[in-house]
Design a protein around this ligand. Structure first.
Ligand SMILES: [Zn+2]
Ligand SMILES: [Zn+2]
Length: 363
């Protein structure tokens, strides 16, 4: 009897323990520390079923198109119609695909070609690319004479930002998440990426309710009308100023301490996603510049935490530069300028040769 009771109690404790574990986000210091038995559960992404739509084109009717229409509606590419979507590849979907392709620098075929489907499958931020039908990403711009547009930073409609008297912002973590200091340090680092280039400062406070920026990990429907979708798919979302809400998907496997990029995992680098979402909290929308932090998608396992020139230019339109950090050209940008220089100088050299040749020809 006693052994039976002990086993029952043990089983009860085990079930309580395992259910409480699943209620908290999963953090691992790096990819190699994730138990192999854990990873197979995370290989089925929220959008994997879109894989079979590769090759679909306008006029076709294919099972699963309606789900893709919901995807495009969620990210602002299809109007907010209340009815159920059909599996018809109709004109509205073709238009949505074209706008999506423009925003992600793909060939605007209007078809679900392989590169478009591959882009759709990538885990991404839950904030829409087209907000209230308007966008300043590529699809909202007139094409240039070369047939493609030059993407750059965007803002939310109406350009909301933290008011000028609010330069020292506070942030706090939802106490129900019981985050470790190591996880909190990841966010401190992410905030410093933005304070480096702006007059803004960010200080952690313990009072969650009175903090300017409220950070929390949640599962599924969590009360703001933007439910999370489980493993991969949407990773996080945040709201324009002055809402200050920054939410991350509890269902992801988060890497918190891996300084080296590793593209082979279905785990996500927490700081990379945090830096992106802080951009939204401060007022930036999505950018078509792939190197920019504000590009909407990120590959699993990839670490991308350095602001690109595009991000810095965007945030400085809203808040100006950091008075303690002279100019916008740090080492990162200096290197890029050097990389870009030979192209400009080679044109100059060619012109000099041309002029020299003309002089020789004349004499
Ligand atoms: Zn985003
Ligand atoms: Zn939320």
């Amino acid at each position: 009897m006693k052994i039976h009771q002990t086993i029952t109690i043990l089983l009860f404790l085990l079930s309580v323990f395992s259910s409480s574990v699943t209620a908290f986000p999963n953090f691992f210091p790096n990819v190699s520390s994730i138990p192999p038995s854990f990873l197979p559960n995370t290989t089925t992404g929220a959008w994997d079923s879109f894989n079979k739509l590769s090759g679909c084109r306008p006029g076709q009717n294919v099972a699963g198109i309606s789900k893709l229409k919901n995807y495009f509606r969620y990210f602002g590419y299809l109007g907010n119609n209340t009815g159920n979507f059909t599996d018809d590849f109709d004109d509205a979907l073709e238009n949505a695909v074209r706008n999506y392709q423009r925003n992600f620098n793909l060939n605007t075929t209007g078809e679900l070609d392989e590169s478009t489907v591959n882009q759709i499958l990538k885990p991404r931020c839950g904030v829409a690319d087209i907000v209230n039908g308007s966008t300043t990403m590529n699809s909202g711009k007139a094409s240039s004479m070369f047939g493609h547009t030059v993407g750059h930073y965007t803002f939310f409609p109406g350009t909301p930002r933290w008011p000028a008297r609010r330069r020292d912002l506070t942030y706090a973590f939802d106490p129900t998440n019981q985050l470790s200091d190591a996880v909190k340090r990841v966010f401190a680092n992410a905030f410093s990426r933005w304070s480096e280039w702006t007059p803004l400062t960010f200080t952690e406070v313990s009072n969650y309710n009175s903090a300017d920026i409220k950070i929390g990990f949640y599962s599924g429907d969590h009360g703001d009308g933007e439910e999370f979708d489980g493993v991969l798919g949407t990773l996080a979302h945040a709201f324009a100023p002055p809402a200050g809400l920054l939410h991350l998907d509890n269902a992801e496997t988060w890497i918190i301490n891996d300084v080296f990029a590793s593209g082979s995992s279905s785990a996500m680098d927490l700081e990379s996603v945090a830096v992106h979402e802080i951009g939204h909290v401060l007022g930036l929308g999505h950018s078509s510049v792939e190197e920019a932090i504000m590009f909407p998608t990120i590959a699993s396992g990839l670490r991308k935490v350095e602001l690109a020139r595009d991000d810095v230019e965007g945030i400085q339109v809203l808040y100006g530069s950091n008075p303690d950090n002279n100019g916008t050209t740090g080492p990162l940008f200096g290197e890029r300028e050097i990389n870009g220089a030979p192209r400009g100088s080679s044109v100059l050299v060619q012109m000099l040769f041309l002029v020299f040749g003309l002089i020789l020809f004349v004499f």
